[in-house]
Design a protein around this ligand. Sequence first.
Ligand SMILES: NC(=O)c1ccc[n+]([C@@H]2O[C@H](COP(=O)([O-])OP(=O)(O)OC[C@H]3O[C@@H](n4cnc5c(N)ncnc54)[C@H](O)[C@@H]3O)[C@@H](O)[C@H]2O)c1
Length: 427
Amino acid sequence: MNKEIVTVVGTGYVGLPLACLLALKKHQVHGFDVNKKLTEKINKGIPPFKDSLVEKSLQKVVPFYLKATQNPKVIGKSDVVIISVPTPVDKDYRPDFNPLIGAVKTVGENLKKGQLIIIESTINPGVSEEIILPLLERKKYKVGKDFYLAHVPERINPGDPERNVSNLPRNVGAFTKKGLEKAVVFYRSFIDAPINPMHSIKEAEATKTIENAFRDINIAFVNEIAKSFDQMGIDVVEVIKGAASKFSFMPHWPSCGVGGHCIPVDPYYLIRKAETIGFSHDFLKLARRINNSMPDYTAELLQDELNEFKLSVKNTPVGILGISYKANIDDTRESPAFEIIEKVKKMGGEVMTFDPFLKKYSTEKSLQDILKKSLALIVATDHQDFINRLDGKILKKNKIKVVIDGKNCLDKENIEAYGIRYKGIGR
Ligand SMILES: NC(=O)c1ccc[n+]([C@@H]2O[C@H](COP(=O)([O-])OP(=O)(O)OC[C@H]3O[C@@H](n4cnc5c(N)ncnc54)[C@H](O)[C@@H]3O)[C@@H](O)[C@H]2O)c1
């Protein structure tokens, strides 16, 4: 395939690795973003967040193959435009299409005949047809005749050193046969994994939403089991490990909550869409409710354990370890740590925080500092550094009395052997 001029609209966790990969394959890439600081960082070759592909490649591709910009005119000079802007929910868990509508309008205003427009943002079935297409066809350009529109949902897994934008299989849906062919050829030109053409754009939209709803439901199932096994005195981690030896059992793990821009968000897109046609996704709603209850549940475990020492959370120095929503990254979106902090504060606890990847959210400078000042700990993120360093010996030395392991990542037996009360989620 010819080398294309590509604009990536939205150069965040999804768009920037993609822009880097395209640039490594020697496509001419413009990274268009409304965030000035972000574009400046990219143009200086400074990775704006933790991502191994970006860290490895940014310096190599800027400025010859990749340039970040706030000027939307680059869109009109491109053969391919990929939109990867956020699709969050508002405070009532309703889809917030504003960033997507803003980005599509900008693309529409700069549309060039013959262009291939690709939506990578996660959207529910119907969004391409009901929201995106009317915005793009405003200038009397017709899809399939004047431009092509495809949806290729992203599956990137931030912090995963093996599965990244270059090797994850992708599904492609488009409005017309030619649009589908063009998008498939384009993705095959730079991704080293199967590229799967789908019958319709709606199917591609629906596939992504059910992938994340599937995860949410399975996590809700084990979170509910964890709560019940807590009362029965059964270690849920051992049970899941045992069950995983059955050929059809797919292990999922309970925790203090589900975070990130995908799993706790995307099911609402399907739930709300279904409501517009009078269908209630009861299963998805229940899963969301269970998973949303986990931060409070975790904070309440702290009170139960302190009771054993006749202590209250009120006025107890509590160290919250980890702010990011998952291990070894600096992404805080929808992180359960924030709700745990709020709950412990409401209970009167003296909250301190430390995350080695997020200094700006840390009240303490180091793990040692927070251990020294805390009487109880809640592990909200399973950063490798915590797993490596938090053993019974160091906890005892720092006079820690209680550990609530919100990620079931520490060695329970070792900690208990030092007379410290350990409580995980369901263990
Ligand atoms: N983060 C993930 O793990 C992940 C994985 C798979 C899919 N997704 C999906 O990909 C999409 C993007 O997610 P993300 O994590 O990269 O978000 P992000 O917030 O990291 O990045 C989005 C970027 O878009 C920019 N932006 C917002 N409105 C814009 C506009 N009108 N014009 C130009 N730029 C604009 C923002 O400034 C930001 O830099 C979402 O739909 C998300 O659900 C995310």
